[in-house]
Design a protein around this ligand. Structure first.
Ligand SMILES: Cc1cc2nc3c(=O)[nH]c(=O)nc-3n(C[C@H](O)[C@H](O)[C@H](O)COP(=O)(O)OP(=O)(O)OC[C@H]3O[C@@H](n4cnc5c(N)ncnc54)[C@H](O)[C@@H]3O)c2cc1C
Length: 392
């Protein structure tokens, strides 16, 4: 292989892809637009299928070091304060899915991947490099960077996130769509979080038209808080900082506890949530898409990064099985991945109705979970939390 595989984007998906390729002996060049490699985001739920990928890439121990292996997944009714669903994530959960469920700071997961990439001879990392476009010729890909430079590559993986430039060239299907919701995010220093609200698991409050989730990260030094509000089809334009007196009135019809948490940060950052419908093709010859570039989804089952990680292993395995023929490998990779990732996109969207139910639908939602045993939950979650065979 004369040229490396170019990977556009050094987020969780791009770095995992470089690492997975290196494990099969493929050289890669990661092109990241930011001035430095890093994760600006806040908390991340890392389900067992994602942890299994991190294990397979040899970074499981480092990734789990500062993560919290949670005791349970809990859904509370924000109108009545009653418990709706309670899924234990202890020994039986770990045996069933081969890993625990963790919550972590994004930078800790990204950092574990970055350290491993930096230590690998087959991976070159370049920051301050924005991929703008690419051209194909018979035997290689010419990747165009902002500023005019061109990089020759054997293949190109577009891991450049929800506003992917590589996707524009491959699919030309316009901008991602607003999902009809915004999220207000903040961090709370542990010292400011009342002791009776500090739990070793994510606390999820399901309200009518909104939900709030918070959990500790970074060895319990800080809490990650996200408050999602359904806005309908015309959410506000762009992301912005919002003071808490503007946020609180939006989370009405609430019992006292979620409001106690929402009152703590003085400032939130609001993000418009965007997504896309699943599509049947991600590839053009030796160029393909991975992670959010391929299948951006709403965050309601916390699986976007997990899907990017699974993609990475599958893509590298396909490259290996096709003996470095990336045109064939990318066809095989998308054949394997499209149904699973589309199911996750669709399931995430369906959770909108459950997470944000109002009136009688809220009571129906609560009745669905009544009396469910841990094993019944595990059976329903098995398709999602069991890592596919190609990961294990
Ligand atoms: C509110 C919210 C909460 C979420 N919570 C969870 C969760 O708990 N668990 C979970 O699994 N998932 C979660 N997700 C989804 C998860 O964040 C994404 O699915 C995941 O980050 C996708 O990884 P990626 O590497 O594909 O893309 P990204 O993380 O977006 O990384 C893309 C990288 O490419 C770079 N880039 C972009 N354009 C270019 C370009 N043209 N050239 C070069 N570089 C470029 C970017 O700077 C970035 O570094 C959440 C998402 C949201 C919005």
């Amino acid at each position: 292989m004369s040229h490396p595989v170019a990977v556009a984007g050094g987020g969780i998906g791009g770095l995992a892809c470089a690492l997975a390729l290196a494990r099969h002996g493929f050289r890669s060049l990661v092109l990241e637009q930011a001035r430095e490699f890093g994760e600006a985001g806040l908390g991340l739920q890392v389900a067992p299928n994602a942890l299994s990928v991190l294990d397979a890439l040899g970074v499981g121990v480092a990734a789990k070091k500062h993560a919290l292996l949670i005791e349970r997944l809990l859904m509370m009714d924000a109108v009545t304060g009653a418990e709706v669903a309670n899924i234990p994530c202890g020994e039986r959960f770990r045996e069933r899915f081969g890993n625990p469920y963790a919550v972590a700071h994004r930078a800790d997961i990204h950092g574990a991947l970055l350290d491993a990439c930096r230590a690998h001879d087959l991976i070159e990392l370049r920051n301050d490099c924005r991929v703008m476009d690419f051209d194909l010729d018979d035997s290689s890909v010419s990747v165009a960077l902002e500023g005019g430079e061109r990089v020759a590559a054997t293949a190109l993986v577009g891991a450049d996130g929800v506003y992917s430039q590589v996707r524009k060239r491959i699919l030309n299907d316009g901008e991602p769509l607003p999902a009809g919701a915004v999220i207000y995010r903040a961090t709370i220093p542990a010292a400011e979080m009342p002791m009776d609200l500090q739990h070793p698991y994510p606390t999820f409050w399901a309200g009518p038209g909104w939900h709030v989730i918070y959990y500790p990260v970074r060895d319990w030094t800080v809490f990650n808080l996200g408050a999602t509000l359904v806005t309908g089809q015309t959410p506000p334009d762009g992301d912005e900082d919002v003071s808490h007196d503007r946020v609180l009135p939006l989370f009405s019809e609430s019992c006292a506890t979620p409001l106690r948490v929402l009152r703590i940060p003085k400032q939130f950052r609001r993000y418009v949530i965007v997504h896309r419908e699943p599509v049947e093709n991600w590839s053009m010859g030796p160029a393909t898409l991975l992670g959010d570039a391929a299948h951006p989804m709403v965050q309601y089952i916390a699986q976007g990064a997990a899907m990017a990680l699974e993609d990475a292993i599958c893509l590298a395995n396909a490259a290996h099985e096709c003996d470095g023929d990336f045109v064939q490998a990318f066809r095989r990779y998308q054949d394997i991945r499209i149904v699973r990732t589309a199911r996750v996109q669709i399931s995430s969207l369906m959770m909108d109705r459950l997470n944000h139910a109002k009136g009688v639908e809220r009571r129906v939602r609560n009745s669905l979970f009544e009396g469910r045993t841990p094993e019944e939950y595990y059976d329903r979650l098995a398709w999602l939390y069991t890592a596919p065979a190609y990961v294990r």
